[in-house]
Design a protein around this ligand. Structure first.
Ligand SMILES: Cc1cc2nc3c(=O)[nH]c(=O)nc-3n(C[C@H](O)[C@H](O)[C@H](O)COP(=O)(O)OP(=O)(O)OC[C@H]3O[C@@H](n4cnc5c(N)ncnc54)[C@H](O)[C@@H]3O)c2cc1C
Length: 389
């Protein structure tokens, strides 16, 4: 039996695409995507912020890969003309208690390698953002905004130029580990069962699998035989809503404005984000979902509270100013009320699945970190020679 592909990447979101771009030159690679096009799930339902790595535990994958990804995205954007603006962000405290958090954040960011975060005199904040109210503020010059679709299209082109194949409308429905066999002439690998949109099923034999299935990455790991519940790797989804502002840029915001987030980092707080076309959006909210169904419909429940939370730092914002815009769903390993957990990125030889790489819980800052995640995956993944000998 021979391999159809050296590597199967499951999922064509920004992470799967970044991995495909990195790995395609090493040997035949297939990306399997259940949607009709790349980037239809979480990768196109987010704030498109290139984070600087301020909030995460120093030394964690989130912190390290965010700082590295921030730099890589800036370089990629410059080299390939991907839409990107290093607009900077203010993190604002509206009372003395929140100011204490900013002090902690400054130290945390420095320990994580995000060394350019600085205190801003209030007259400077007033000059730059006259509509914002704060008793103290930090400024992160290396936070930016990105055309996330442009970044994904770039990764896809790079992967294709290196020979990668893509199948869309095709879902991975089963994974069987093939142990090494001299009689079958195979060093070991995987059979990935797939079903297309006509209901036709087939099987792909490959040496290694990259599980980049986002919201479903825990289920893909379970298909490969991992007991994700026992391993505490089953995902909880949180849904967040975004709003645009009635009457456009009534508040003339020129930078990203973030409030102080809650301790569990369930979200970074309902922030004000500008986009590359100068539009202003607020969000996302964050609620754990009772039913884990990919439901992107919008609800205006809680709109008054959302407006109140924005008005704390942008006085005058009212519920009637806000319009429904978009819904995003986060794949979280963090349990309600528990401290934030890190990305799970691991090659699973230790669990009897050599060449199976799991990427689970890739929530924010996953867009920023994607190119750095791909570098780590490329280090973990086998070389084609090792896989095929
Ligand atoms: C509300 C919100 C705001 C965010 N804001 C930011 C931000 O400003 N900055 C930042 O850095 N990060 C942000 N993030 C995080 C970032 O969007 C994600 O970390 C990133 O998009 C994850 O990419 P992914 O490729 O892992 O997942 P996805 O984009 O979800 O891709 C996974 C793909 O796998 C496919 N798939 C699933 N199951 C199967 C299967 N069985 N077979 C085949 N294909 C399958 C899916 O269709 C999907 O296309 C935000 C996330 C959310 C939800």
């Amino acid at each position: 039996m021979s391999y159809d592909y050296n590597t199967c990447v499951i999922g064509a979101g920004v992470v799967g695409l970044a991995c495909a771009a990195r790995l395609a030159s090493r040997g035949p690679l297939l990306v399997i995507e259940r949607e009709w096009k790349f980037g239809q799930a979480t990768s196109s339902h987010n704030s498109e912020v290139v984070h600087a790595g301020l909030y995460y535990e120093p030394g964690s994958l989130k912190a390290k890969l965010c700082v590295e990804g921030n730099r890589l995205i800036r370089d990629l954007a410059a080299e390939y003309g991907i839409g990107y603006q290093r607009c900077g962000k203010y993190i604002v405290a509206i009372d003395e208690t929140e100011k204490v958090y900013l002090e902690w954040l400054k130290n945390n960011a420095t320990a994580s390698g995000a060394t350019d975060l600085r205190w801003v005199p209030l007259d400077e904040l007033r000059e730059q953002e006259p509509c914002v109210r704060a008793v103290a503020a930090l400024f992160s010059p290396s936070t930016g905004i990105l055309d996330s679709h442009g970044l994904m299209a770039h990764f896809k082109t790079q992967a294709e130029l290196a020979g990668a194949d893509f199948v869309f409308n095709t879902e991975a429905i089963g994974i069987r580990h093939l142990p090494p066999s001299t009689t079958a002439g195979i060093k070991g690998g995987y059979s990935v069962a797939v079903r297309d949109s006509y209901g036709d099923e087939s099987e792909i034999i490959c040496a290694q699998v990259i599980n980049a299935a986002g919201l479903y990455s825990d289920r893909i790991a379970a298909l490969a035989g991992m007991d994700v519940k026992a391993l505490d790797l089953d995902l909880r989804w949180t849904r967040g809503f975004y709003y645009t502002m009635e009457g456009g840029q009534k508040f003339h915001i020129a930078h990203l404005i973030y409030p102080v987030p809650d301790k569990s980092l369930k979200s970074l707080g309902v922030h004000a984000t500008i986009d590359l076309s100068g539009g202003l959006r607020f969000g996302p909210t964050a609620e754990y979902m009772k039913e884990q169904t990919e439901d992107y419909s919008f609800s205006n429940d809680g709109l008054e509270q959302v407006a109140e939370s924005i008005a704390r730092y942008l006085p005058g914002v009212k519920a009637e100013d806000l319009n429904a815009m978009m819904t995003g769903i986060r794949p979280k390993l963090t349990r309600p009320g528990q401290p934030a957990r890190d990305f799970y990125i691991r090659e699973e030889s230790g669990r009897g699945l050599p060449g199976f790489v799991n990427l689970i819980g890739i929530e924010s800052p996953g867009l920023t970190a994607a190119p750095a995640i791909a570098r780590v995956v490329a280090e973990m993944a086998q070389s084609p020679t090792a896989a095929r000998d």
